[in-house]
Design a protein around this ligand. Structure first.
Ligand code: DX5
Ligand code: ZN
Length: 226
């Protein structure tokens, strides 16, 4: 596992009237991914971005689109997001009846596949699917909104998943999403997270590029030296 901390700023906290500017700002600051939060008003109590916006983002993005599907029945609609240009597609384990089939579909389209876990979902649910995954997304808030407070049980869950990944030889990276800032980033990178999503702590600051790199530096400093 690489020790480099990768940053995935969440466009959910950007100004939706100026998304192209937000993309170029965080890309210029060194963002590794663009995190795109898709919500359906059913799985989570909010409606946000859908395939047309993803298609538009794809036209201006130079970094991979990290698309987080907070939707029911991703089995039925995952192709919409793949066709729109998602590079990484993450589905919620709580919302998929046929998780293995969805992961196969994502891979067949040439994209990377991730699985997300809500705060109350145990790490052990990943046991069978982990060898197939490129990413595990540990939610450190209940999904639905930006700007919520980090839930401390995320770090021990990251550590448990890191141990499972090592045990089965999975290539999966661990990403953490929700309430990540300079203070909480070290808690999850010390436990094994390598991709950090941050929305409010980037776009809610006067200098989003500087904030992104401050979060990365804080997280990087806590990575255990191998
Ligand atoms: C929450 C989303 C997050 C959100 C994170 O449901 O999945 O990606 O944008 O926002 P912050 O960093 O503000 O908690
Ligand atoms: Zn997200």
């Amino acid at each position: 596992m690489s020790d480099r901390i990768l940053m995935a700023p969440s466009l959910l906290s950007a100004d939706f009237t100026r998304l192209a500017e937000a993309v170029s700002l965080v890309e210029g600051a060194g963002a590794d991914f663009l995190h795109v939060d898709v919500m359906d008003g059913h799985f989570v109590p909010n409606l946000t971005i859908g395939p047309p916006i993803i298609r538009a983002l794809k036209r201006v993005a130079t970094r991979p689109l990290d698309v987080h599907l907070m939707i029911d029945d991703a089995d039925a609609t995952v192709d919409w997001y793949l066709d729109a240009g998602a590079d990484w597609v993450t589905v919620h384990v709580e919302a998929c009846d046929h998780l293995h089939r969805v992961v196969q579909r994502i891979h067949a389209a040439g994209a990377k596949a991730g699985v997300a876990l809500n705060p109350a979902t145990p790490a052990s649910i990943l046991e069978e699917i982990l060898p197939e995954l490129d990413l595990v997304l540990v939610m450190s808030v209940n999904p639905g909104f930006g700007g919520q407070a980090y839930i401390p049980s995320a770090a021990p869950k990251v550590a448990a998943i890191a141990a499972m990944i090592a045990a089965c030889g999975s290539r999966a990276l661990i990403e953490v999403d929700g309430g990540i800032d300079e203070t909480t980033a070290p808690l999850v990178t010390a436990a094994g997270a390598r991709v950090l999503v941050a929305g409010n702590a980037v776009f809610g600051r006067p200098d989003p590029g500087a904030a992104l790199n401050a979060i990365r530096d804080a997280g990087q400093a806590a990575v255990p030296r191998g």
